[in-house]
Design a protein around this ligand. Structure first.
Ligand code: TYD
Ligand code: MG
Length: 410
């Protein structure tokens, strides 16, 4: 008999430990930590499709029926089939495809993470509609959008506002993974979207929906579903501040592709970044704008970080533009600096590491002879972008120089 791995799992919060504890070290609940072994994670269920038995905690029992080691040269004969991707048309599709590494790979499991409200549901509803609309070489291709957060009427309303009226887009509201995978059999869709992984659960698995065990087991089951059926599955995962709901990070190693959606609160721009991709390069950046009708691709994103043009040359002092490369594209970043002499020597930096800014200021004082000791200095990177590259150093230095009184004198 193979080794059965066991751990101790809190039935309240789902966190797991290497040993037994009288009270849970994560949530503090008493008497909730129970031994949990891979084989006992799922109650045996003889009825239904038996998906639960196959999917949950069965890394050991999964049999490689009829499989044998293959010659590399034989494997690579089928390479054309493997590089085929579900096309994502149009400017919006193109921008998503760029981040996915060329398109949606059949049978892949894609995780889209991001803060609540950033626009994940909007993005995936649009993608679902687009895939359904494109069809399968002229034949209709249903796409199923499952939400555990909203009713079908709510999703319908949202689609209506976004002017989506695709006939082959199917909506379903459920939180039961078994139920979802059962319903999908009849539909045999081109893609499955699950919104969100924190709301779905697998019967017989410890913990409540959103707990670490549930989230991991549900993701594993969807992964196996995707591989078995070749239907791509797109998962939404909320980034959570509190520790009681498992965030997308715990799933990164399970899924094929991890995308994060980012955006500033007071800006309509949304960025889609790939941090893991088994089918392409990471570090690609997709740029979108949130509009009344959903997300729109920004076709020429290089200048979106520039604030408005300033006709007054006096205002131009303290402004510098840096060119940085993100993904395969170059972006212009505007850097603003303000130096107030004869005031408290406070420092305020937004979008740049304080230690980096301090270093640049020190270099300016030492090498350029600027007398900034008694200055209040403010540095801001427009549109809330975090400047990580050293490529911005010169622009920061120039912005500070041009704003400091020293420059005019000298
Ligand atoms: P949503 O996709 O619901 O975010 P998430 O799923 O990541 O929680 O998007 C929420 C925000 O997007 C909400 O503040 C409203 C805004 N929005 C638009 O501006 N235009 C639109 O067409 C839609 C659908 C949403
Ligand atoms: Mg949502």
């Amino acid at each position: 008999k193979g080794k059965i791995k066991s751990s101790w799992v809190c039935s309240d919060c789902g966190d797991s430990f290497g040993q037994w504890w009288g009270s849970c070290r994560s949530c503090g609940a008493t008497g909730t930590v129970k031994q949990f072994s891979e084989s006992s994670s799922v109650e045996s269920k003889p009825s239904g499709f038996g998906i639960a038995e196959k999917v949950a905690g069965s890394w050991f029992t999964q049999k490689s029926e009829g499989l044998a080691p293959q010659r590399l040269t034989d494997v690579n004969k089928g390479v054309n089939q493997l590089t085929w991707r579900i096309p994502l048309p149009g400017p919006f599709g193109g921008e998503v495809a760029r981040v996915l590494g060329g398109g949606l790979v059949p049978g892949s499991l894609v995780l889209v993470g991001g803060d609540p409200g950033v626009g994940k549901s909007t993005l995936l509803l649009q993608m679902a509609a687009m895939i359904a609309q494109e069809g399968d070489f002229g034949r209709p291709a249903p796409v199923l959008y499952v939400s555990g957060e909203e009713s079908v009427e709510q999703i319908g309303n949202r689609a209506d506002r976004m002017k989506i009226g695709t006939e082959d887009l199917f909506l379903y509201s459920s939180t039961d993974i078994e139920d979802i995978l059962e319903k999908i059999q009849a539909l045999s869709p081109r893609a499955l979207i699950v919104d969100s992984i924190q709301t779905v659960y697998l019967k017989g698995v410890t913990g409540s929906a959103g707990g670490i065990v549930q989230v991991k087991e549900c993701t594993s089951s969807l992964l196996r579903f995707a591989k078995k059926t070749n239907i791509p599955v797109l998962l939404i995962g909320h980034v959570t501040k509190s520790g009681d709901i498992a965030g997308p990070r715990v799933l990164e190693h399970i899924v094929d592709v991890v995308l994060y959606m980012e955006g500033e609160e007071y800006s309509a721009h949304r960025f889609l970044r790939s941090v893991k991709n088994r089918f392409g390069s990471t570090d690609e950046l997709g740029v979108f704008e949130m509009s009344q009708k959903g997300l729109q691709a920004v076709s020429n994103p290089s200048e979106i970080f520039l604030s408005e043009q300033h006709p007054d040359s006096e205002i131009l002092a303290g402004l510098a533009v840096a060119v940085i490369v993100d993904g395969s594209r170059a972006f212009l970043l505007e850097i603003q600096a303000l130096c107030l002499s004869e005031s408290a020597a406070t420092r305020q930096y937004n979008g740049v590491l304080p230690s980096r800014a301090e270093m640049i200021i020190s270099v300016l004082m030492k090498q350029a002879g600027l007398k900034l000791q008694n200055n209040a200095i403010f540095v801001n990177i427009v549109s809330g972008v975090k400047l990580k590259e050293t490529a911005g150093d010169l622009a920061i230095a120039v912005a500070i120089c041009s704003r400091s009184g020293e420059w005019k004198k000298g």
